[in-house]
Design a protein around this ligand. Structure first.
Ligand code: HEC
Length: 195
């Protein structure tokens, strides 16, 4: 052997001290983001409507926006057919949820109307997300909900009224918080197995 244990240990030591010496200091890197920068990222809207911005819209106002910016992918009446899924559908779909072919449409499946707003605002139109104004998002949300027979054509959606829209499948999910899960017996659980 040409290399002694000693020199191998020496190499390891050298490597260790070299990496220690190179540990960068982040003291002068970056800066605290401004309030505006945090706000631009902080777009989440809770089920209770927390985080919804000012603005408003009706289904009537949403119709031309949907036709121009959504219909190519979701169909003129929101029935799907392009590369986008069906977005219109309500109570009738609710009844499919317990069958072998559940239709999980926005109106028949989603528990909160505020999530419809949040999803469209953060993700649609696909490939151009972030381009809609709050008024436009309120309006197309109203369009989808009115076509799904959940609200009326002239109902005004805003930060106050949207959280009050009761979706048909509002109570179809297990509550989000463990503390909210009702008594297992009441849920029909038998010997630890729940439906
Ligand atoms: C370029 C095609 C395209 C355009 C334009 C588009 N979407 Fe979508 N949309 C999709 C696709 C694809 C999905 C499926 C989820 C995904 O892949 O992001 C989707 C999903 C959705 C969903 C959720 C459906 C579900 O049940 O999961 C909603 C609501 C929606 N879009 C609304 C809109 C609205 C409102 C507009 C117009 C402002 C719009 N979309 C424009 C392609 C599009």
């Amino acid at each position: 052997m040409r290399f002694s244990n000693f020199s191998v240990a020496g190499i390891v030591l050298l490597a260790a001290s070299a990496s220690l010496a190179q540990t960068p200091s982040y003291a002068n890197v970056g800066r605290t983001p401004t309030k505006e920068e945090i706000q631009a990222w902080d777009i989440g809207v809770g089920p209770d409507g927390k985080g919804l911005p000012a603005g408003q819209g009706t289904a009537k106002e949403g119709a031309p926006i949907f036709a121009a910016k959504c219909a190519a992918c979701h169909g003129a009446a929101g029935q799907g057919g392009g590369i986008g899924p069906r977005v219109v559908g309500g109570k009738a779909d609710l009844e499919t949820l317990t069958t072998v072919r559940p239709v999980r449409s926005v109106g028949g499946y989603w528990p909160y109307a505020t999530t419809v707003w949040d999803f469209i605002n953060r993700a649609m139109p696909r490939g151009q997300s972030g381009t809609l104004t709050p008024n436009e998002v309120y309006a197309v949300t109203a369009f989808i909900l009115a076509k799904s027979a959940i609200i009326r054509e002239d109902d005004v959606l805003d930060a106050k009224t949207l959280p009050k829209v009761e979706m048909p499948n509002r109570n179809g999910f297990v509550p989000a918080k463990f503390a909210d899960i009702p008594d297992e017996k009441k849920r029909g659980c038998k010997q630890g197995v729940c439906p």
